[in-house]
Design a protein around this ligand. Structure first.
Ligand SMILES: [Zn+2]
Length: 511
């Protein structure tokens, strides 16, 4: 991180803190999908409500990127500043005008229709298999629908989309005709580039027709007749034609939180028969209203509320993390690596002309190999010398529900005698990871250990995950530059970070 970058961050932080009070009530849902103004003119306010002052306005057709949501309000970025607009005055800019002609058909019974596109949002009503709803909007793996007079969101995993206005896509021209997604959640992008905007998310086990191949990228046909690009590394390519997956009714459910009540009757007023913990899977014997009758150990049965469990593919992540991960492995964990700077932003430049952006990428690549070998799903915020917006880097962590986010930098300062590595965190929930990573580095590196320190960096501040920014020595120090720009140093740094990561997650298992 060089001085210019730090100054730019400070200015950005000041702008944001002036524009809006920090709001901890904002919804957990966030993405970077495009929003378009649907009314002739709308106000942009400093906070999520009509009582907040107007800071600017937008005209019909203006497009902005969504940063986060709070209730019916959308946080957007407009010419470098952030503000809030009312969601009911906008539409998704990634949808064509034919969107309103699309209908969602539920593939399962008791499909929850939720108030927000988020698994933790309240359930408004439910759809049964075969029932239809009008699709209003498309949001990141969720469809906003109108069903029997209610507006809400359903997971696109459990619906099929009917659209009579579009023809079937042309068949694939190559030998490869389908891809099976191999990771829990994979972003689909508009172009074959990690910095390109997100079209949606596909999930483990889903199979999509392949339209085109370009380098390590695959253009796929999505369910709703949209196309997008995914990174081929995260899927299995095949020359088999796509079979449509048919969902059967729920066979097992997975408990979401520790101490969940299992009752003797299908009612919250009935006696508690047993308690279950997060990750436990229960076999479903029958459904009764909003309740599942489940099999308990020892032959007993009980009832568990449908709104406290996950069904189908939603189980996978919890299941993998809780059951499969053994000490010393990273199975089921998603780790986002963030090689600092890139493209026009070269980061700091050393006295010997070493560019920070090149070192950060090489170090992240080495670390990625170690983490993947231990079973982790690794996502890189960039894989080449390209500029990636800081908020997009954070969105990669937040959207994938990453278990850790590691931002890699090399340091610089005016005083050329300053030396050593530092591990920064911002929120309390990030400090433990910082401690483990710094300790890991300390065991491998011979340069000075400057310790764990709090640092107000955007990639940490806006990160809802355990996130750390490491500065691996000073390029502004002539002697240190020579050491830290070597391949041997990078390998030691990657090993230190890897061991720190393993130790951190091993410690979580014991809790
Ligand atoms: Zn940097």
């Amino acid at each position: 991180m060089n001085r210019k970058t730090i100054i730019a961050y400070i200015i950005l932080i000041l702008l944001i803190s002036q524009a809006l009070p920090f709001n901890d009530n904002s919804s957990a849902y966030a993405n970077s999908s495009g929003i378009e103004v649907a009314e002739s003119s709308i106000n942009v306010r400093s906070g999520p409500g009509l009582s907040y002052p107007v800071i600017t306005s937008m005209k019909k057709g203006d497009a902005v990127d969504e940063i986060s949501r709070s209730g019916d309000w959308i946080e957007v970025s407009i010419s470098g500043e952030t503000g809030w607009i009312a969601s009911w005055l906008t539409k998704s800019s990634e949808l064509d005008s034919a969107a309103s002609s699309k209908t969602a058909v539920s593939s399962v019974n008791r499909l929850n229709v939720r108030a927000q596109p988020d698994l933790s949002a309240s359930v408004l009503t439910q759809m049964n298999a075969g029932e239809q709803a009008q699709i209003i909007n498309d949001a990141n793996g969720w469809a906003e629908i109108e069903f029997q007079g209610s507006r809400g969101f359903v997971s696109k995993e459990y619906i099929s989309v009917n659209d009579n206005t579009q023809e079937n896509p042309a068949p694939a021209s190559s030998d490869v005709s389908s891809i099976e997604i191999a990771v829990d959640a994979l972003n689909v992008r508009k172009k074959a580039d990690l910095s390109s905007s997100k079209q949606g998310t596909v999930r483990k086990g889903e199979i999509y027709p392949v339209i085109e191949l370009a380098g390590n990228w695959v253009k796929i046909q999505l369910d709703d007749n949209k196309t997008g690009w995914v990174y081929s590394f995260y899927g299995h390519l095949s020359n088999e034609t796509v079979e449509t997956k048919t969902d059967s009714s729920v066979e097992t459910v997975t408990v979401q939180t520790n101490g969940t009540n299992i009752r003797t009757q299908a009612s919250t007023s009935s006696e508690v028969a047993a308690r279950a913990n997060a990750g436990e899977q229960l076999a479903v014997l029958a459904q009764q209203g909003d309740w599942y009758q489940v099999q308990l150990s020892g032959g007993a049965t009980g009832f568990i509320a449908s709104w406290v469990v996950a069904t189908g593919a939603q189980e996978m992540k919890v299941e993998k993390e809780q059951a499969e991960r053994k000490k010393g492995t990273l199975n089921g964990l998603t780790i986002v690596l963030d090689p600092g700077h890139g493209g026009n932003d070269s980061g700091t430049v050393g006295a010997r002309k070493t560019q920070e952006k090149g070192l950060t990428l090489k170090t992240a690549e080495l670390l990625a190999q170690h983490l993947q070998a231990a079973g982790a799903e690794v996502r890189m915020t960039r894989q080449s010398d390209v500029y990636v917006d800081l908020r997009k880097r954070v969105a990669e962590a937040n959207n994938s529900g990453a278990d850790a986010f590691i931002s890699i930098h090399y340091d610089a300062t005016e005083d050329s005698t300053v030396s050593g590595f530092t591990s920064y965190y911002m929120h309390d929930y990030q400090s433990e990871l910082a401690g483990y990573l710094n300790a890991g580095l300390g065991k491998k590196l011979t340069i000075r250990d400057r310790g764990v320190q709090p640092g107000n960096y955007l990639v940490l501040r806006e990160n809802r995950q355990a996130a750390v920014l490491v500065e691996l020595g000073f390029l502004s120090n002539y002697n240190e530059e020579r050491i830290i720009s070597s391949e041997q140093f990078r390998e030691q740094a990657a090993l230190g970070l890897y061991q720190g990561t393993i130790n951190y997650f091993d410690a979580q298992l014991k809790k």
